[in-house]
Design a protein around this ligand. Sequence first.
Ligand SMILES: [Zn+2]
Ligand SMILES: [Zn+2]
Length: 487
Amino acid sequence: MMLIFGIVLSVISLIAVFMYIIIMGPTRYHKDGFVGKLYKVLVALPTIIGGCCCSVCFKGNQKKGREMWKRSCSGCCSEKNILMPLFYIGVVWTAEYFYLFRSLPHLEATLLSKFVSWALVILSEVLWLLSCFSNPGIVTREGDQELQKLQYEEQSAKPKGKGDKKGGPHHQKKKNGKKFLFSPEEEYILNRRYVVDGVVHALNGNADLEEEMEEWERDYRSPEYRVRVGFGQQCTSCRVTRPARSRHCRMCDNCVRRYDHHCPWIYNDVAEGTHRYFLSFLLCHAISCTWSTWDSYTLIKQFLVKHNAWGWRLIRYGREHPLKLFDYVAIVVSYHLVTGCLIFFTFCIGIILYAFWSYQMSFVRHNITMNDYIKMEDASMFIAGLPSLDLVYREASRVRQRLEAVAARKPRKLPSLEEPPLPMTAKGYEEGGRKNKQYRKKVRKMVMYDLKGLYDRGLWNNIMEVYFPYRILKTAKKDMENNEMRL
Ligand SMILES: [Zn+2]
Ligand SMILES: [Zn+2]
């Protein structure tokens, strides 16, 4: 009995340790430590084993075997791959089928409770599909801009309401196959919504581009942030000026606005257009998991009560037999295997989903994305790692000035940064000294804290910006009409 309990406990702790190494191993905190080394070994293990298996094809040549393994892996994991969403459908939909059609009918519960069970599952899957199939906020490529213009000119030329279905525009739209979510004017607003600050998002060094612009374009201000937005570098693939906070997704081969990450589970990017569905999906799915864990627990409890086995004892023919944990495990395995597996599965998945949702919300709170966060961290690490303390201080001051001009939340920590003393006069401030290291660490934290304020307009506005990303179009268009700006 104790043995079984010990085995279960050690398996769970092993899984937890494994997960910790896989997730935290490559981070800065553990990279050079013991956990980092373990991570490297764990990551290399599949290549070594897989290479060994593949080397069979090359008469035992390990090198060729490993190459073949790596090639097949890159085909499966890093490229855009339909297998992951199919895997999701296979596993999760199967679990949901067992839950809704096998377990739930046997559960004695109120109609409302069963309705909630169904609603949560259906809502999560609808949100998942929305994340999969919504436009994440693709920036129209240079080659498609003419087409986009044409499409919207034709649309506005068509009389509203009674569009004749045999007309030219309809036919043409089918022929070229592409449909653009926004008109060129709307996309202009969306692409220039955030500031290109020159710290996190590099400014374009190309002066020709600025010369080509008209005056109003150079002075264009963000409708939300009310500051000059500037313009970013050009994407070499899409040939468009890259909007601030966007990124070219290698797997989707598009520049995507307010890019968070490419999610293989939804076969799409989590970005401007899909972030809201993705976040809602995570939360809804997590709640659904908790709800079904509770349902499955209640079902097993009802079964045990019905057979007089609840409360660590079994009553049969008027006699009481004590029951232990192992007996309960045996009962569940023999009579309710599916429900038992469901409890375990939904509980674990629920925890992972809550964790990931909280992680995502920690960024949303400051109105930044995972991509922004990585860039901010790189910028602060770069500044803190400059060759001399004097340079560190000067660069940090430059960042403060830049942020004071463009950030939605003005810098709070950097204004209190003091100039470092000269290393000749102050002990510990020489390179490699204790105080030198402390100063750099302090600057890194300050820069990071203030950079997080770049788009931070307060919790409520930040959440609204993620959930209603296109609401700005209304106000911005009015602004543009008032200023008689033309595109
Ligand atoms: Zn992508
Ligand atoms: Zn691009």
